[in-house]
Design a protein around this ligand. Structure first.
Ligand code: PMP
Length: 362
């Protein structure tokens, strides 16, 4: 599936339809014989995988007559990307937006939201999800107090996983199926493993359903959950570091959202910030992909799983296809210390050093 070439009515026509890209250098560095493929969701109009659900939830609410242009106030608790998608859709359609977002989320996301015309209310990151101070609690209070306030509720809205079952999943399937197998780049024509992190869980649930229902019921779906979160199964995986704060944004929670069907995930792995950021750096430096932190989580988890006994059966077979979901881009995190550490790490102090460094690389 290619990106649209016609004149679009508005930018919502450029939501999704993101390229699936070979990660050959990383595969080679890790001695993988299978194909390692990245679904580049940062290529979507609003810069993330969450544009799709924002568009789907707004369009569904419109169909149900729940939104009135010029009157409705769309309120949503989010780690930022759903908010950006909603603010983009609502800017076009004429609804006001208020986003509630934990303090830990980046300044870049808040600035983008404000630029799109949304109001942003920050909440304490450590507040329990069901406390009145959390981003969810504050959104509920705003809805109670604001006439025409509505929460589309990505944690419970069926259009969240459905958007992925109907768009992201089929796009990945179409790309893999339509890419020919050659002697240089053999392909089974099937998705053999799919790996993604979970926040609301809509992405992994919806894509797993699409792949297993219409493409390959034998595909292994691997879910990633940061240390400190409680989404992984079995529960014993979540004991270490339960409640610990982690820096990576957009994945992990202290409750299991309704839209996450953990039965659609075959294997869970817990991930640490350091491996996520190191893998994001690899994606940038080796593959030229401008990805955010949770994309690093997805790659780090994929590489770790491919080293397990189950993963090795796929890793060692030429032509097997392993798809890693890359949810958003680094431009959401430019001011974060973890990114500046990566980017400025090897910064030479003067021109002579620059030349010496470049010559050293040749
Ligand atoms: N990564 C980032 C950067 C995100 O914003 C999100 C959405 N919270 C996710 C991953 C996880 O997506 P989902 O909510 O569909 O599980």
């Amino acid at each position: 599936m290619s990106r649209p070439v016609q004149v679009l009515d508005n930018i919502l026509g450029a939501v999704g339809q993101t390229p699936l890209v070979r990660l050959d250098k990383i595969a080679e560095a890790n001695a993988l014989k299978c194909n390692l493929l990245g679904k580049t969701e940062f290529m979507s109009a609003g810069g993330s995988v969450k544009d799709r659900i924002a568009k789907a939830m707004v369009e569904a609410a419109e169909k149900e007559g729940k939104l009135i242009p010029g009157k409705s106030v769309v309120i949503e608790p989010t780690s930022g990307n759903t908010g950006i998608g909603l603010a983009m859709a609502c800017a076009i359609k004429g609804y006001s937006v208020i986003i509630t977002m934990p303090n830990k989320m980046s300044l870049e996301k808040e600035a983008l939201l404000r630029a799109l015309g949304a109001e942003v209310v920050r909440t304490p990151s450590e507040a329990a999800w069901d406390s009145p101070e959390s981003h969810i609690g504050v959104a509920q209070r705003l809805r109670r107090e604001i006439p025409h306030g509505i929460i589309l509720d990505q944690y419970r809205n069926v259009n969240n996983p459905l958007a992925h079952e109907l768009t992201t999943g089929p796009e990945i399937i179409a790309a893999v199926v339509s890419t020919p197998s050659t002697s240089e780049k053999p392909s089974s024509g099937k998705i053999d493993a799919f790996i993604a992190g979970a926040g609301t869980g809509g992405t992994i649930t919806g894509i797993s359903r699409a792949i297993k229902k219409i493409h390959n019921s034998q595909c292994t779906v691997v879910g990633l959950d940061p240390i400190g979160s409680i989404l992984a199964v079995p529960e014993s995986l979540n004991k270490d570091g339960n409640g610990e704060q982690y820096i990576v944004e957009g994945i992990g929670y202290d409750f299991v959202p309704d839209v996450l069907n953990r039965g659609d995930v075959d294997v869970w792995l817990k991930t640490a910030d350091e491996e996520s950021f190191a893998a994001a750096q690899q994606l940038m430096k080796q593959e030229g992909l401008l990805v955010g932190g949770s994309s690093g989580t997805a790659l780090a988890g994929a590489l770790r799983w491919l080293k397990t006994e189950q993963g090795q059966k796929i890793a060692n077979e030429p032509g097997k296809n392993v798809v890693v979901l890359l949810p958003d881009g680094i431009r959401n995190y430019m001011s974060k210390p973890w990114f500046l550490d990566i980017a400025m790490e090897a910064k030479p102090s003067n021109l002579a050093n620059t030349i010496t460094q470049i010559l050293g690389k040749q």
